[in-house]
Design a protein around this ligand. Structure first.
Ligand code: AMP
Length: 284
Protein backbone atom coordinates (compact mmCIF):
# COMPACT_ATOMS: atom_id res chain seq x y z
CA UNK A 1 0.00 0.00 0.00
CA UNK A 2 1.35 3.43 -0.90
CA UNK A 3 0.53 6.37 1.38
CA UNK A 4 1.38 10.01 0.79
CA UNK A 5 0.25 11.74 3.97
CA UNK A 6 1.53 11.69 7.53
CA UNK A 7 -2.03 11.39 8.80
CA UNK A 8 -2.70 8.20 6.82
CA UNK A 9 0.54 6.61 8.03
CA UNK A 10 -0.23 7.57 11.65
CA UNK A 11 -3.67 5.97 11.40
CA UNK A 12 -2.19 2.68 10.22
CA UNK A 13 0.62 2.77 12.81
CA UNK A 14 -1.92 3.35 15.57
CA UNK A 15 -3.75 0.16 14.60
CA UNK A 16 -0.55 -1.89 14.44
CA UNK A 17 0.56 -0.60 17.83
CA UNK A 18 -2.82 -1.54 19.30
CA UNK A 19 -2.32 -5.07 18.00
CA UNK A 20 1.16 -5.18 19.57
CA UNK A 21 2.95 -5.64 16.24
CA UNK A 22 6.62 -4.74 15.80
CA UNK A 23 7.41 -2.16 13.14
CA UNK A 24 10.52 -1.85 10.96
CA UNK A 25 11.40 1.32 9.05
CA UNK A 26 13.69 1.51 6.02
CA UNK A 27 14.32 5.15 5.08
CA UNK A 28 15.30 5.66 1.43
CA UNK A 29 15.40 8.28 -1.29
CA UNK A 30 13.96 5.78 -3.79
CA UNK A 31 15.39 4.56 -7.11
CA UNK A 32 15.56 1.29 -5.23
CA UNK A 33 18.23 -1.28 -6.01
CA UNK A 34 19.51 -4.52 -4.50
CA UNK A 35 21.27 -2.56 -1.73
CA UNK A 36 17.97 -1.10 -0.53
CA UNK A 37 16.28 -4.47 -1.00
CA UNK A 38 18.76 -6.12 1.37
CA UNK A 39 17.66 -3.69 4.11
CA UNK A 40 14.00 -4.26 3.26
CA UNK A 41 14.46 -8.03 3.36
CA UNK A 42 16.03 -7.79 6.82
CA UNK A 43 13.15 -5.71 8.08
CA UNK A 44 10.49 -8.00 6.64
CA UNK A 45 12.23 -10.98 8.27
CA UNK A 46 12.64 -9.32 11.66
CA UNK A 47 9.49 -7.25 12.06
CA UNK A 48 5.75 -7.91 11.88
CA UNK A 49 5.25 -4.85 9.68
CA UNK A 50 7.64 -2.92 7.43
CA UNK A 51 7.42 0.68 6.29
CA UNK A 52 9.71 1.93 3.50
CA UNK A 53 9.91 5.68 3.10
CA UNK A 54 10.69 7.02 -0.35
CA UNK A 55 11.53 10.69 -0.07
CA UNK A 56 14.14 12.74 -1.88
CA UNK A 57 14.78 15.00 1.07
CA UNK A 58 15.43 18.53 -0.23
CA UNK A 59 17.04 19.81 2.96
CA UNK A 60 19.92 17.32 2.80
CA UNK A 61 21.04 18.58 -0.61
CA UNK A 62 23.48 21.46 -0.75
CA UNK A 63 23.16 24.27 -3.31
CA UNK A 64 24.45 23.06 -6.67
CA UNK A 65 23.95 19.37 -5.87
CA UNK A 66 21.75 16.96 -7.82
CA UNK A 67 18.35 17.50 -6.10
CA UNK A 68 16.50 18.18 -9.36
CA UNK A 69 18.05 15.38 -11.37
CA UNK A 70 18.12 12.77 -8.57
CA UNK A 71 16.45 9.64 -10.07
CA UNK A 72 12.78 9.29 -9.16
CA UNK A 73 11.17 5.93 -10.01
CA UNK A 74 8.24 5.70 -7.61
CA UNK A 75 6.10 3.23 -9.63
CA UNK A 76 8.98 0.76 -9.93
CA UNK A 77 9.89 1.31 -6.26
CA UNK A 78 6.33 0.55 -5.18
CA UNK A 79 6.29 -2.67 -7.17
CA UNK A 80 9.65 -3.81 -5.74
CA UNK A 81 8.37 -3.09 -2.24
CA UNK A 82 5.11 -4.95 -2.80
CA UNK A 83 6.99 -7.97 -4.12
CA UNK A 84 9.30 -7.84 -1.09
CA UNK A 85 6.42 -7.93 1.40
CA UNK A 86 6.50 -4.28 2.48
CA UNK A 87 3.29 -3.14 4.17
CA UNK A 88 3.51 0.61 3.59
CA UNK A 89 5.47 2.67 1.11
CA UNK A 90 5.43 6.17 2.54
CA UNK A 91 6.06 8.67 -0.26
CA UNK A 92 5.34 12.17 1.02
CA UNK A 93 5.81 15.38 -0.95
CA UNK A 94 8.29 18.00 0.36
CA UNK A 95 5.24 20.12 1.23
CA UNK A 96 3.77 17.28 3.30
CA UNK A 97 7.03 16.93 5.23
CA UNK A 98 8.02 20.56 5.64
CA UNK A 99 4.97 22.68 4.90
CA UNK A 100 4.63 25.24 2.14
CA UNK A 101 7.14 27.76 3.44
CA UNK A 102 10.04 25.38 3.89
CA UNK A 103 10.37 23.98 0.41
CA UNK A 104 12.44 26.86 -0.88
CA UNK A 105 13.49 28.40 2.40
CA UNK A 106 14.30 26.39 5.50
CA UNK A 107 14.71 29.44 7.69
CA UNK A 108 11.84 28.62 10.00
CA UNK A 109 12.34 24.91 10.42
CA UNK A 110 13.43 23.24 13.66
CA UNK A 111 16.55 21.23 12.84
CA UNK A 112 18.32 18.34 14.54
CA UNK A 113 22.01 19.20 14.39
CA UNK A 114 24.62 16.50 15.05
CA UNK A 115 27.85 17.43 16.88
CA UNK A 116 30.38 19.41 14.86
CA UNK A 117 33.10 16.81 15.47
CA UNK A 118 31.04 14.27 13.52
CA UNK A 119 30.28 16.51 10.56
CA UNK A 120 33.43 18.57 9.99
CA UNK A 121 35.11 15.67 8.21
CA UNK A 122 34.61 13.16 5.38
CA UNK A 123 31.36 13.92 3.48
CA UNK A 124 30.33 16.64 5.93
CA UNK A 125 33.32 18.73 4.93
CA UNK A 126 32.24 19.21 1.32
CA UNK A 127 28.48 18.79 1.96
CA UNK A 128 27.95 21.51 4.55
CA UNK A 129 24.58 21.10 6.29
CA UNK A 130 23.95 17.70 4.70
CA UNK A 131 23.86 15.78 7.98
CA UNK A 132 21.60 18.39 9.60
CA UNK A 133 19.12 17.62 6.83
CA UNK A 134 19.59 13.87 7.26
CA UNK A 135 19.14 13.93 11.06
CA UNK A 136 16.12 16.20 10.79
CA UNK A 137 14.30 14.03 8.27
CA UNK A 138 15.21 10.76 9.99
CA UNK A 139 13.99 12.16 13.29
CA UNK A 140 10.72 13.20 11.65
CA UNK A 141 10.34 9.74 10.11
CA UNK A 142 10.97 8.14 13.51
CA UNK A 143 8.25 10.32 15.01
CA UNK A 144 5.79 9.57 12.22
CA UNK A 145 6.37 5.80 12.00
CA UNK A 146 7.51 5.09 15.61
CA UNK A 147 9.46 2.02 14.50
CA UNK A 148 10.92 -0.57 16.87
CA UNK A 149 13.77 -1.11 14.41
CA UNK A 150 15.26 1.08 11.69
CA UNK A 151 17.56 -0.31 9.01
CA UNK A 152 20.52 1.62 7.58
CA UNK A 153 23.27 0.59 5.16
CA UNK A 154 26.97 0.56 6.04
CA UNK A 155 27.39 2.06 2.57
CA UNK A 156 26.74 5.47 4.13
CA UNK A 157 28.92 4.80 7.14
CA UNK A 158 29.28 8.37 8.38
CA UNK A 159 25.49 8.75 8.19
CA UNK A 160 25.01 5.51 10.15
CA UNK A 161 27.47 6.61 12.85
CA UNK A 162 25.75 10.00 13.17
CA UNK A 163 22.28 8.48 13.34
CA UNK A 164 23.38 6.03 16.05
CA UNK A 165 24.79 9.00 17.98
CA UNK A 166 21.56 10.97 17.55
CA UNK A 167 19.43 8.05 18.75
CA UNK A 168 21.66 7.62 21.81
CA UNK A 169 21.92 11.31 22.67
CA UNK A 170 18.21 12.02 22.22
CA UNK A 171 17.00 8.75 23.81
CA UNK A 172 14.96 7.86 20.75
CA UNK A 173 13.23 4.53 21.41
CA UNK A 174 14.37 2.71 18.26
CA UNK A 175 17.03 0.10 17.61
CA UNK A 176 19.30 0.86 14.67
CA UNK A 177 20.19 -2.19 12.60
CA UNK A 178 23.30 -1.73 10.43
CA UNK A 179 23.29 -3.69 7.15
CA UNK A 180 26.34 -4.71 5.05
CA UNK A 181 27.24 -3.06 1.76
CA UNK A 182 25.83 -4.76 -1.33
CA UNK A 183 28.26 -4.63 -4.27
CA UNK A 184 28.29 -5.42 -7.95
CA UNK A 185 30.42 -8.31 -9.08
CA UNK A 186 33.35 -5.99 -9.79
CA UNK A 187 33.17 -4.57 -6.26
CA UNK A 188 31.37 -1.31 -7.02
CA UNK A 189 29.00 -0.52 -4.14
CA UNK A 190 25.43 -0.20 -5.41
CA UNK A 191 24.09 3.34 -5.31
CA UNK A 192 21.20 5.20 -6.92
CA UNK A 193 23.81 7.67 -8.17
CA UNK A 194 25.52 4.89 -10.21
CA UNK A 195 22.77 5.67 -12.75
CA UNK A 196 24.73 8.83 -13.60
CA UNK A 197 27.77 6.77 -14.68
CA UNK A 198 28.41 6.01 -18.34
CA UNK A 199 29.49 2.45 -19.19
CA UNK A 200 33.05 3.73 -19.42
CA UNK A 201 32.85 5.51 -16.04
CA UNK A 202 31.43 2.37 -14.47
CA UNK A 203 34.60 0.52 -15.36
CA UNK A 204 36.61 3.27 -13.68
CA UNK A 205 34.32 3.31 -10.64
CA UNK A 206 35.47 -0.01 -9.26
CA UNK A 207 38.72 1.75 -8.28
CA UNK A 208 37.11 2.72 -4.95
CA UNK A 209 36.56 -0.85 -3.82
CA UNK A 210 39.91 -1.92 -5.33
CA UNK A 211 41.72 0.62 -3.16
CA UNK A 212 39.77 -0.41 -0.05
CA UNK A 213 40.13 -4.17 -0.57
CA UNK A 214 43.85 -3.71 -1.18
CA UNK A 215 44.25 -1.69 2.02
CA UNK A 216 42.41 -4.42 3.93
CA UNK A 217 44.67 -7.08 2.39
CA UNK A 218 47.76 -5.08 3.42
CA UNK A 219 46.37 -4.62 6.93
CA UNK A 220 45.65 -8.37 7.15
CA UNK A 221 49.30 -8.99 6.24
CA UNK A 222 50.36 -6.87 9.22
CA UNK A 223 50.83 -3.35 7.83
CA UNK A 224 49.26 -0.91 10.30
CA UNK A 225 51.00 2.39 9.55
CA UNK A 226 48.25 4.60 8.09
CA UNK A 227 50.70 6.59 5.96
CA UNK A 228 52.00 3.40 4.35
CA UNK A 229 48.47 2.06 3.86
CA UNK A 230 47.37 5.36 2.28
CA UNK A 231 50.27 5.24 -0.15
CA UNK A 232 49.10 1.88 -1.51
CA UNK A 233 46.10 3.71 -3.02
CA UNK A 234 48.09 5.86 -5.42
CA UNK A 235 49.03 3.04 -7.76
CA UNK A 236 45.32 2.56 -8.55
CA UNK A 237 44.53 6.18 -9.31
CA UNK A 238 44.71 7.76 -12.78
CA UNK A 239 43.68 11.00 -14.48
CA UNK A 240 39.99 9.94 -14.52
CA UNK A 241 39.85 9.86 -10.73
CA UNK A 242 39.52 12.96 -8.62
CA UNK A 243 40.21 11.81 -5.05
CA UNK A 244 38.30 13.85 -2.42
CA UNK A 245 39.38 11.94 0.65
CA UNK A 246 40.88 8.67 1.84
CA UNK A 247 40.79 8.59 5.62
CA UNK A 248 41.28 6.12 8.46
CA UNK A 249 38.95 6.72 11.39
CA UNK A 250 37.41 5.05 14.41
CA UNK A 251 34.25 3.11 13.49
CA UNK A 252 32.27 4.55 16.43
CA UNK A 253 33.39 8.13 16.98
CA UNK A 254 35.25 9.04 13.76
CA UNK A 255 38.48 9.98 15.53
CA UNK A 256 41.44 9.93 13.15
CA UNK A 257 43.96 7.06 13.31
CA UNK A 258 47.67 7.05 12.60
CA UNK A 259 47.97 3.34 13.35
CA UNK A 260 45.27 1.07 11.99
CA UNK A 261 43.57 -1.45 14.28
CA UNK A 262 40.46 -3.66 14.30
CA UNK A 263 38.22 -0.65 15.00
CA UNK A 264 39.52 1.32 12.03
CA UNK A 265 37.18 2.14 9.20
CA UNK A 266 38.62 3.39 5.93
CA UNK A 267 36.53 5.97 4.09
CA UNK A 268 36.95 7.03 0.47
CA UNK A 269 35.22 9.57 -1.78
CA UNK A 270 36.19 10.30 -5.32
CA UNK A 271 34.74 11.87 -8.40
CA UNK A 272 34.67 10.28 -11.80
CA UNK A 273 33.65 13.00 -14.22
CA UNK A 274 30.90 14.82 -12.36
CA UNK A 275 29.77 11.81 -10.35
CA UNK A 276 30.82 11.71 -6.72
CA UNK A 277 31.09 8.19 -5.28
CA UNK A 278 31.73 7.02 -1.72
CA UNK A 279 32.69 3.71 -0.18
CA UNK A 280 34.23 2.37 3.01
CA UNK A 281 35.57 -0.77 4.65
CA UNK A 282 36.08 -1.91 8.22
CA UNK A 283 39.56 -3.35 8.81
CA UNK A 284 38.72 -5.51 11.84
P1 AMP B 1 19.52 6.22 -0.10
O1 AMP B 1 18.28 5.91 -0.87
O2 AMP B 1 20.74 6.34 -0.95
O3 AMP B 1 19.33 7.36 0.87
O4 AMP B 1 19.79 4.94 0.81
C1 AMP B 1 18.83 4.44 1.69
C2 AMP B 1 19.45 3.41 2.57
O5 AMP B 1 19.95 2.33 1.78
C3 AMP B 1 20.64 3.96 3.39
O6 AMP B 1 20.60 3.41 4.69
C4 AMP B 1 21.82 3.45 2.60
O7 AMP B 1 22.99 3.29 3.38
C5 AMP B 1 21.31 2.10 2.12
N1 AMP B 1 22.07 1.65 0.97
C6 AMP B 1 22.28 2.34 -0.19
N2 AMP B 1 23.10 1.63 -1.01
C7 AMP B 1 23.43 0.50 -0.34
C8 AMP B 1 24.27 -0.62 -0.64
N3 AMP B 1 24.92 -0.72 -1.77
N4 AMP B 1 24.36 -1.59 0.30
C9 AMP B 1 23.70 -1.51 1.47
N5 AMP B 1 22.90 -0.48 1.81
C10 AMP B 1 22.77 0.52 0.93
Amino acid sequence: MILHTIEDVREQIKNWKKEGLTIGLVPTMGALHAGHLSLIKKSVEKCDRTVVSVFVNPIQFCPGEDLDKYPRTLDADEKLCNDAGVNIVFAPSPKEMYGEGHILSNDFLTYVIPPYFYVDKLCGKSRVGHFDGVCTVVNKLFNIVQPDYAFFGQKDAQQLIIIKKMVKDLNIPVEIIPCPIVREENGLALSSRNKYLSEEDKKEAFVLSRILFNIKACYDKGITDVKALTETAYSFLNEHHNLEYLEFRDKENLEGKTVADKDTQVFIALKIGNVRLIDNILLG
